[in-house]
Design a binder for this molecule. Sequence first.
Ligand SMILES: NC(=O)c1ccc[n+]([C@@H]2O[C@H](COP(=O)([O-])OP(=O)(O)OC[C@H]3O[C@@H](n4cnc5c(N)ncnc54)[C@H](O)[C@@H]3O)[C@@H](O)[C@H]2O)c1
Ligand SMILES: O=C(O)C[C@H](O)C(=O)O
Ligand SMILES: [Mg+2]
Length: 641
Amino acid sequence: MRITIEEPAVAAAATNGKAHTAAAAAPAAAPAPPSRSATPPLPPRPAADGDEPSTVYEPPLQEAVEITNKRSSDILHDPTLNKGTAFPLDERERLGLRGLLPPIISNMGVQLERVMKDFYYGLDQIPPEEIGSGITREMERRWRMLQGLQDRNETLFYRVLVEHFAEMAPIVYTPTVGWVCTNYHKLWRRPRGMFFSAGDAGHMASMAYHWPQEDVQAIVVTDGSRILGLGDLGTNGLGIPIGKLDLYVAAAGFHPSKVLPCVIDVGTNNARLLEDPLYVGLRQPRLRGDAYYAVVDEFVRAVTSRWPQAVLQFEDFSIEHALPLLERYRHHHLVFNDDIQGTAATAVAGLYGALRALGLPPSALAQQRVVCLGAGSAGMGVVSMIADAMVVQGCTPEEARRNFWVLSSRGLITSSREVIPSNVAPFARPEGELEGATLLEVVRHARPTVLLGLAGVGRLFTREVLEAAGAVCERPIVFAMSNPTSKMECTAAEALEATEGRCVFASGSPQDPFEFQGRRREFGQANNLFLFPGMALGAYLGRTGTVTDGMFMKAAEAIPELIEEEDLAAGLAYPRIKSIRDISAAVAAAVIAAAHVEGRVANANASAAAAAGPEALLRYVKRMMYSPFEYSSLAYRPLGQ
Ligand SMILES: NC(=O)c1ccc[n+]([C@@H]2O[C@H](COP(=O)([O-])OP(=O)(O)OC[C@H]3O[C@@H](n4cnc5c(N)ncnc54)[C@H](O)[C@@H]3O)[C@@H](O)[C@H]2O)c1
Ligand SMILES: O=C(O)C[C@H](O)C(=O)O
Ligand SMILES: [Mg+2]
């Protein structure tokens, strides 16, 4: 319900000194006569049918004051009340909107500019060519269409997404989501998720209560500092948690109303965004050091106090903060870092899958020689977990470490380098072994069986590198894991051509099948989408308190079991993503089983299911998953009607 107060414009002019609304700016009317009583005179009664015409009725000018008893998202979803990014701070505070809108308060002129740029669609948005050859205008159109559906009817949106996951994941998720984040401030329609910023210090705990859902089970948060391989996109990075949580619902059966995408805006160092009048994030350089951690700590306290059972996934934090934040919270909170841990488990799963495809047992992992391009959050997470998996397969930690050659932007890392981060040091090659060597030199020298790309730069697996990999190994495993498509180390076609079709290839961003040497070739997607939805579901259902390395290891081992025999014969290292719900259920069950062995399952039902054995546990997980295949009833109906 809404109450509209209409006041004579002169009153507004008297208090404010100048007319400041569209209505008040209309041509001036004669001032009302001074009143002798304390109550203002009633306006003349409008003429009614049958009245003698006397004077022309002149309605008082209206000041646009509207008082509403609606709050928070109900206001944003009421088109007559909504002002989008133009809500001033006092209204944001009084109406429970703080946190539901980006931190910048725009005026209508900026909003108008955004609309007009969109009206001349495509003239201002970054052309898809710049984001990557994988994104076409048709993909943009499909993204807009699906987003409209999600805003109107989430049940139908998720039904469509579940039924057509393989076609639609590349639209709502990687790689199209990279284009969405780059253009987020230009595509802006209505907010989804929450915005916490450095300007909200001291307010975050109360802001969490502005979110209308009492029961939030999963939160994905970014600070926008390393969005895919696209760098610092500031508040625009919120597109990534939104895409990840779309997969939480579609792939793992979280209820759509119980997931919460968040961005922590501590500024951006992206000059293009800072100069763009349409940018909706804080216009300041990124906070660092103690000031940065104070903001993230307050955010974590705010959301974990309001929703203590929720799983919190950290996503796309730059190398400076990704590992320190994980270490800061992982021992006391239900958190994980998808880029470090989810990617690592995905790579281990893919290697087990590739070995199966090559007809080798899991124990063969311990004999692989691995060259990893990229020593960042993802690269070192992957290398460390593969080494742990090699130990599971029978070698000593020292033997495992000798199987790796890791390169950063300065080439091969050896212990003769002056500064080596502590998580990289165990994998530095011995002093004197080709410090700073190029990838090509390293491939020729190390004779790898596995080539991993996690540098986020694009096309570093050149034809020469791939030919060398094919020359030193009969069936090299090549995973070009950087995202989005433009940052992949090589395409599937490049890998196959350079190795005469012998390599087992997978990539972080999807690759279409094609004919090669008279045979249709398809490829696995080495993307953490195999891990994070099921990991979160298992941790949430189990109420596991924390997320351990053991839970990730068991999740990784569960995935290759699900590759179909005919797909193994065709050289696929991963199961097909059309089976993503079964895969996520299996991952969740593996996670609960591992946590059960570690004595961490606090939910009695999950614990009993784990105790009853793998089949009972999988059945329990599947029954707990939300399905968008039926609308739920919003009116009471006796059973059977
Ligand atoms: N497929 C997946 O599931 C998945 C998961 C996580 C991250 N990624 C992708 O991995 C990439 C890296 O992510 P990150 O979080 O590790 O980033 P990061 O910034 O932490 O690390 C990047 C690393 O690449 C190295 N590097 C940069 N240029 C290089 C060059 N020319 N040669 C060799 N190394 C170079 C840097 O030195 C650094 O070690 C991104 O593109 C991201 O999208 C993919
Ligand atoms: O988002 C993805 O597609 C995978 C991964 O988390 C990444 O950062 O690239
Ligand atoms: Mg990521």
